[in-house]
Design a protein around this ligand. Structure first.
Ligand code: C2O
Ligand code: CU
Length: 487
């Protein structure tokens, strides 16, 4: 799937964290908390009339026997309630802000009316403490999506505010079981509390806030129970602030059927494994080909030097469900995305610059050209086309004619990877590093490694002001953020 640079190259700039991520959590949290999948936590019969209350809560991140962690959560749980509905059915979500600060909810990856996009001062006023806001829209696409705040993202999402949004296909592929893996990492202190160094200069200017404890569905990731012979559909969502995961399934051959909620022609993940940048999603078909009682590691080796076991697939003792893997089609029907017309497209170059070890010397902040030192002093060290964003409601960096195909030619001129996210649209990745991209996958967040380029194409069919930003939340807050206007 996603292109990656060679390992040696990458490790030079990835391992800046002072923490070493451990699979079990460094507290040595007693007995293994089995990462049991919640079933479908559908809310309401239709799953479509929902109330979300973000507020303080406690979460058993480190499992039974370890102290719980004070977090911020939707309806008291991390992840928040799983919202599930059928493609084409309306969703209504009433939000009541139980936090001591403003918030909003952004529906990541959904093509929706601009006023429902959840960006403070751009698409709505922020929801004040105790305030309410109703989001209402009908998701046009089936797929795996998620929701999170768009105010002080580094801290609000970093403290646990996120949840899955699943839009079901009319005819999903037949599997024995569906599981949702919401994966995250946390920076916890020795007492199990969240390290509150959000937005520090080191994280902002380097690889973002990466944690020291990885979780699966809000629990220290350790084991996932499976049965021999079963076919799983696994929905993966990376809700980490900054950690890029590359999951490798020992002894298994996951088949990718969707990325960022959009179907792909099914393929086996080779080489790099399943690469999930922050906000990235993947839908996998996984045939459990191991023997009863066996166990297989799922590792994250995005950073080779810091590879670790994310969890074990643990087979129970039950006899295999079937003797050979199912021979059923797994391809998903395409979503109703408008096809780009490349012959009549408008092309825009976008250069990503700044950060530690970068070559950016100055950038424009709030209309004024500042040197990199001054920018660093103001906590704005990243820029898009020479402009460091000082707030979200800025004049648009680009304006698009409605209905016209746009090609964004991105170039990462920094020493760090950046998962670039466009609100309100899925885009087709038409080339990478100057070569046509045969898979032409539709994404809403594309990972650009150091020095990489990519061309993205989409039809600007949805009017409004849409954010385009790095989904390493510290980078977004430190300037790597822009508004695109569709007129
Ligand atoms: Cu998950 Cu502005 O995005
Ligand atoms: Cu970035």
């Amino acid at each position: 799937m996603t292109h990656r640079n060679c390992a040696a190259d990458r490790s030079q700039f990835i391992d800046v964290s002072i923490f070493t991520l451990s699979r079990r959590g460094f507290l040595g949290a007693g007995a293994a908390a089995l990462a049991l999948m919640p079933g479908r936590r559908a809310l309401g019969a239709a799953g479509s009339d929902i109330r979300l209350v973000p507020g303080p809560a406690h979460a058993p991140l480190l499992g039974a026997g370890a102290p719980t962690t004070p977090v911020w959560a939707y309806n008291g749980a991390v992840p928040g309630p799983e919202i599930r509905l059928r493609q084409g059915t309306p969703l209504r979500v009433e939000v009541e802000n139980g936090l001591g600060q403003d918030t909003t909810i952004h529906w990541h990856g959904l093509r929706l009316p601009n006023a429902m996009d959840g960006v403070p001062y751009v698409t709505q006023e922020p929801i004040p403490p105790g305030g309410r806001f109703v989001y209402q829209f009908t998701p046009p696409d089936a797929g795996t999506f998620f929701y999170h705040p768009h105010v002080r993202g580094s801290e609000q999402q970093g403290r646990g505010l996120y949840g899955a949004l699943i839009v079901e296909e009319a005819e999903p592929p037949q599997v024995d079981r569906e599981a949702l893996w919401v994966i995250d990492d946390w920076r916890l202190g020795e007492d199990g509390t969240i390290d509150d160094s959000f937005g520090n200069g080191m994280d902002m200017s380097h690889a973002g806030r990466r944690g020291n404890v990885a979780t699966l569905n809000g629990r220290d990731s350790s084991a996932f129970s499976v049965r021999a012979g079963e076919r799983l559909r696994l929905r993966l969502i990376n809700t980490a602030n900054a950690r890029i995961f590359a999951l490798r399934f020992e002894g298994h051959r996951p088949v990718v059927i969707a990325l960022d909620g959009q179907p792909v022609a099914p393929y086996e993940a080779e080489g790099a494994g399943i690469v999930l940048p922050p906000a990235g999603r993947a839908d996998l078909i996984l045939d459990m080909v191991g023997d009863p009682g066996a166990s297989f590691a799922v590792t994250d080796d995005y950073s080779n030097r810091n590879a670790y076991k994310f969890l074990d697939l643990v087979y129970d003792e039950a006899p295999p469900l079937r003797s050979s893997p199912l021979d059923m089609p797994v391809a998903l029907a395409a979503n109703p995305l408008p096809e780009p017309d490349l012959d009549h497209a408008r092309r825009h170059e976008i250069v990503l610059a700044g950060g530690a070890m970068g070559s950016m010397r100055s950038a424009i902040l709030n209309g004024e050209e500042l040197g990199i030192r001054e920018l660093a002093g103001l906590g704005k060290v990243w820029a898009l086309n020479g402009i460091a964003a000082h707030q979200v409601n800025m004049p648009p960096l680009l304006t698009f004619e409605r209905g016209r195909t746009q090609v964004l030619a991105l170039r990462n001129d920094t020493a760090f990877p950046h998962p670039m996210h466009l609100h309100g649209f899925s885009f087709q990745v038409i080339s990478r590093n100057g070569r046509p991209n045969p898979r032409r996958e539709w994404l809403d967040t594309v990972l650009l490694e150091r020095d990489e380029t990519a061309e993205l194409a989409f039809v600007a069919d949805n009017p409004g002001d849409w954010l385009f930003h790095c989904h390493i939340l510290e980078h977004m807050e430190a300037g790597m953020n822009a508004v695109f206007r569709v007129l």
